[in-house]
Design a binder for this molecule. Structure first.
Ligand code: GUN
Length: 296
């Protein structure tokens, strides 16, 4: 292996420490405790694990955590009522509705009912538009975490060719906007891209966010490139469940200059950036200075 392995676990711990230090200052100097409300509809086991982890880390950095666990047959009107109350609650600076929602609920309608200033996921159409036009917005957590790692590794990203494989609203599209904001030349590639291996091989920065286990092998990677693997895929190997990324780690690490592992790469950064977004939202809501280095 020649690549430097980018340690997302250690980086996320540093982001959380910076958030905790800022929260401590807000409490001491302004009697302000940022609060994050997480809304979970139904009992999807994976969502329950994520929500527990978000609540635990929120409290660990000194913020208030409000969990709203709602029945999976809740009506859209009732759910919109919960969001309206949170929008108007001055103790709540960030609101996250855990996705996916049960099929009878319109996710777009629900997400767009959140006050954009409290939309710490950055999924509200206003935040999508602000990001797309280079204005100050709430930025989706996973791409923000990827950007922080790239900035830390490279410093200046300008002029680099970034290829984002995957066009989701949660990762691919906002990731491309953020890289463009840092003056990369950006290509969004996807399953219909012609000669995807050659496209990937042209990337100085390759962000893989397709959700297909080990789809990208080492011979799709330019020697020395930086590889950010957003995939978290469960596979059965020798009778055990294992987590792997969208990139074939061993062959990619032999070629790349730097690479994020799975697990322990992008994954831990997502919740760290959610905490960062919550403290940013609390500062913006109260007219206080935002923490440095925790936003795009
Ligand atoms: N479900 C999986 N990832 C996410 C995320 O980033 N935000 C929300 N709200 N739900 C998710």
């Amino acid at each position: 292996m020649s690549a430097a392995v980018i340690d997302g676990k250690e980086f996320a711990a540093r982001v959380r420490a910076r958030v905790a230090a800022h929260v401590a200052r807000l409490k001491a100097d302004h009697d302000l405790t940022p609060g994050l409300a997480v809304v979970l509809v139904g009992e999807d086991p994976a969502s329950q694990v994520y929500v527990r982890s978000k609540g635990k880390q929120t409290v660990e950095v000194g913020m208030n955590s409000y969990e709203h666990k709602l029945a999976d047959d809740i009506s859209e009107a009732e759910l919109l009522g919960v969001i309206d109350r949170l929008n108007h609650d001055p103790q709540v600076h960030g609101i996250l509705v855990q996705l996916p929602l049960p099929a009878h609920l319109d996710s777009d309608l629900v997400i767009n009912a959140i006050d954009p200033a409290k939309d710490v996921d950055g999924f509200h159409i206003s935040n999508v538009g602000l990001l797309g036009t280079g204005q100050k917005s709430m930025v989706p957590c996973t791409p923000l975490g990827c950007l922080m790692m790239l900035r830390e590794h490279h410093g200046d990203l300008s002029g680099m060719h970034a290829v984002v494989v995957g066009r989701s609203n949660i990762v691919g599209k906002p990731m491309a906007q953020l890289l463009l904001g840092d003056s990369c030349t950006v290509t969004i590639a996807h399953s219909r891209t012609k000669d995807l291996p050659a496209m990937c091989r042209s990337a100085d920065i390759l962000v893989a966010a397709v959700g297909r286990a080990e789809m990208i092998p080492g011979d799709w990677i330019k020697p020395g490139a930086t590889v950010i693997d957003v995939g978290i895929n469960r596979v059965e190997r020798e009778g055990r469940t294992k987590l792997v990324g969208d990139v074939h780690f061993d062959s990619a690490a032999a070629v790349a200059g730097a690479i994020t592992p799975v697990p322990g790469g992008v994954g831990p950064m997502t919740i760290a950036c959610l905490l960062a977004n919550t403290v940013t939202a609390a500062c913006r809501a109260t007219g206080l200075a935002e923490p440095e280095g925790l936003t795009a």
